[in-house]
Design a protein around this ligand. Structure first.
Ligand SMILES: [Zn+2]
Length: 437
């Protein structure tokens, strides 16, 4: 492989490379330089290009230009001049290994625990594909049983499974006592009470090979929208400090304001869900640069699908009452200048609806461009990958999305009109034909 690469370097990186196909079999394919032409291109670096040409060399962007004479001889030209280009989008809160289908008579909640890990990872490829189809080329996955997330991340990186690039957390830490549930089974959760157990659980996740740590600092999940803090400040601080000692970031879940305050003060990198945060907590997030991931839309998904998921009657009322509080907190945080990243909390059959969260962000007062920033540049910063993900610029991964229409005028264009997706230089979605009449 190295010899092949060296040979290519002499001919300006232009010709045959043996690389695994999407199915994972190895066969020779020609991979020339690609020149992707967009009518408009929003690069997430503050520039809207007209008649942009993105020169793609292998997995990365070599350059962005408007000069047709800069296209290398022999380059494969992909003409998307009818479309607007965007960087591949990033969803910073998914549950890829909690994928289910809609088998009649089989509640989705039950499927998650009934499927063996091998079956679940195999089925999850469908959710992964649906995620790509809406232009999401990278996800941060927040809790999984039996390290299915690590398996899936690695299979995708090896080219054995098609899906978004994954950054994963393994098991999420949770406290054994919560006031609201008889059955404590949080899917993908590891019970850890007290500082020693918390430290051990963080160390175990790191040893397993996770990219970051996830901690549940309050009740609230599925149709339970309570937000009681479940950890003490000392326990949260221990998790944050130990994660950071290993060079890992931490994402802390809190539905309510108390867990949010303690997570922020303990130095969490991101705060998930949090509703009803007080002004002091919001100001502290601004001061520290804490990222907020509101996950407003997943409760809309639960309302639409609660019967199939298997929620008890009454869920619609509870979830409907929670959404406006969630939205209001996000509005306040945005106004105050908190860094907001797009996370869908996609689970069950929600994959493919991940970016609907952007519609809620516009309701908080963001412009469509500001909303897109939450799923590109800001999300990449939260991952610590702002030099190679979340923008279309030289040296970045060639993650590109073509949408039909003007996403800066109407965010729905970015949500519903994705026609073509490239991930790391490979076209993974092409729906242009189906849209032609
Ligand atoms: Zn979640």
């Amino acid at each position: 492989m190295r010899l092949v690469h060296t040979a290519i370097m002499f001919v300006a990186c232009a010709f045959a490379v043996v690389q695994p196909s999407a199915q994972g079999q190895t066969h020779p394919t020609v991979r020339p330089i690609k020149a992707v032409r967009f009518g408009k291109l929003w690069d997430a670096k503050g520039k809207l290009w007209t008649n942009a040409i993105v020169i793609v060399d292998g997995e990365r962007v070599r350059s962005v230009t408007t000069d047709t004479s800069a296209i290398p001889a022999g380059a494969e030209i992909i003409d998307l001049s009818k479309y607007t280009g965007l960087p591949g989008l990033i969803d910073v809160h998914t549950h890829m290994t909690m994928y289910t289908d809609e088998t009649p008579g089989s509640p989705m909640l039950k499927q998650i625990t009934n499927n063996s890990p091998a079956v679940e990872v195999f089925l999850a490829r469908k959710g992964a594909m649906r995620t790509l189809e809406i232009g999401v080329t990278t996800v941060r996955d927040l809790s999984a049983d039996q390290y299915m997330d690590i398996a899936m991340r690695d299979l995708i990186n090896q080219g054995e499974m098609i899906g978004p690039r994954m950054f994963v957390s393994g098991y999420g830490l949770y406290a054994t006592q919560t006031p609201t549930k008889k059955d404590m089974a949080i899917p993908g959760g590891v019970p850890a009470d007290g500082v020693p157990q918390v430290l051990k659980a963080v160390r175990e996740q790191v040893a397993a090979g996770v990219d970051l740590i996830k901690m549940y600092a309050s009740t609230g999940t599925d149709d339970d929208v309570t937000g009681f803090e479940t950890y003490t400040y000392e326990e949260i601080k221990a998790a944050v400090d130990m994660a950071h000692k290993f060079g890992k970031k931490i994402a802390i879940h809190s539905y309510g304001p108390d867990g949010a305050r303690d997570a922020v003060c303990a130095g969490t990198d991101s705060l998930e869900h949090a509703t009803d945060m007080d002004d002091a907590t919001i100001q502290e997030m601004v001061r520290r640069g804490t990222y907020y991931v509101p996950t407003i839309d997943h409760n809309r998904y639960y309302i639409d699908n609660g019967d199939k998921i298997g929620y008890a009657p009454g869920y619609k009322e509870k979830l409907s009452a929670f959404i406006p509080r969630n939205l209001e907190t996000a509005r306040k945080a945005f106004k105050a200048g908190v860094k907001i990243a797009m996370g869908s909390d996609a689970i069950y059959t929600m994959f493919g609806q991940n970016t609907r969260e952007l519609g809620w962000f516009v309701k908080t007062g963001m412009t469509p461009e500001q909303a897109l920033q939450t799923a590109t540049g800001t999300a990449a910063e939260l991952l610590g990958k702002e030099k190679e993900l979340g923008a279309v610029a030289p040296g970045y991964f060639a993650d590109l999305v073509a949408v039909e229409g003007d996403p800066l005028a109407d965010i729905n264009v970015a949500i519903y009109n994705v026609r073509w997706v490239m991930k790391a230089g490979t076209v993974v979605v092409d729906k242009r034909k189906s849209t032609k009449k």
